[in-house]
Design a protein around this ligand. Structure first.
Ligand code: COA
Length: 173
């Protein structure tokens, strides 16, 4: 397993992981018809745009065959909250590669990059019903914010896990 910075050539692999992981993670949370309709072309276009954002960083994890099996992205906090600087926007692995310690390794890469960008604290948003919230708790995150979001026509609660000092996450990796 190798973690490296993403390039434009990775757009298809990232979009595939994004859709597959959404389908397995959000089954029972988001409507089936919505998850089944997720479209690789649309996701690829989104990722083509994301990878061009100058202040963002995206990493991919590759298996020994060079296939992308996970990714993470982060950068400046997106709502311009005056108290929060850095944000991990997304972290997703294919189901078969979850719970093998790869998430911790991926977080290390993205946090190192956010620290290089000068971000001193951190937030990560997750759907409250996502079982992966346990991951952020294992990394020492505490819920510091909550909001309602509309996805696929339904209202869902998102919780924001915060770290006052971004370096605090490193001791859990
Ligand atoms: C969340 C995710 C990135 C974590 O990566 P991972 O490689 O599975 O996590 P790790 O193996 O590094 O886990 C580290 C620790 O976090 C905790 N943890 C991870 N996933 C958990 C879960 N689903 N429930 C409870 N605790 C969890 C555990 O304490 C784990 O240590 P352990 O396996 O020794 O008990 C990955 O599981 C994933 O892609 N999940 C689906 C997509 C998703 O929900 N992404 C986040 C959207 S906000």
């Amino acid at each position: 397993m190798k973690i490296r910075k993403a390039t434009e050539k990775d757009v298809k692999g990232i979009a595939h992981v994004h859709i597959s992981s959404w389908q397995s993670t959000y089954a029972g949370i988001l409507p089936h018809h919505y998850l089944a309709s997720l479209n690789i072309e649309t996701r690829m276009k989104n990722w083509q745009r994301n990878l061009k954002m100058l202040h963002n960083a995206t990493f991919v994890a590759e298996n020994s065959n060079g296939e992308i099996i996970g990714f993470a992205s982060g950068g400046p906090e997106q709502t311009k909250d005056p108290h929060i600087q850095g944000e991990v926007y997304a972290i997703y692995f294919l189901k078969t590669y979850q719970r093998r310690g790869l998430g911790r390794q991926m977080v290390k890469s993205i946090i190192d990059e956010l620290m290089k960008m000068g971000h001193k604290n951190l937030i990560i948003w997750a759907l409250k019903d996502n079982p992966s919230c346990g991951f952020y708790e294992a990394l020492g995150g505490h819920i510091i914010a909550e909001k309602t979001v509309k996805m696929a026509g339904i209202e869902l609660i998102e919780v924001g896990y915060g770290w006052d000092d971004i370096q605090d996450i490193l001791v859990h990796l």
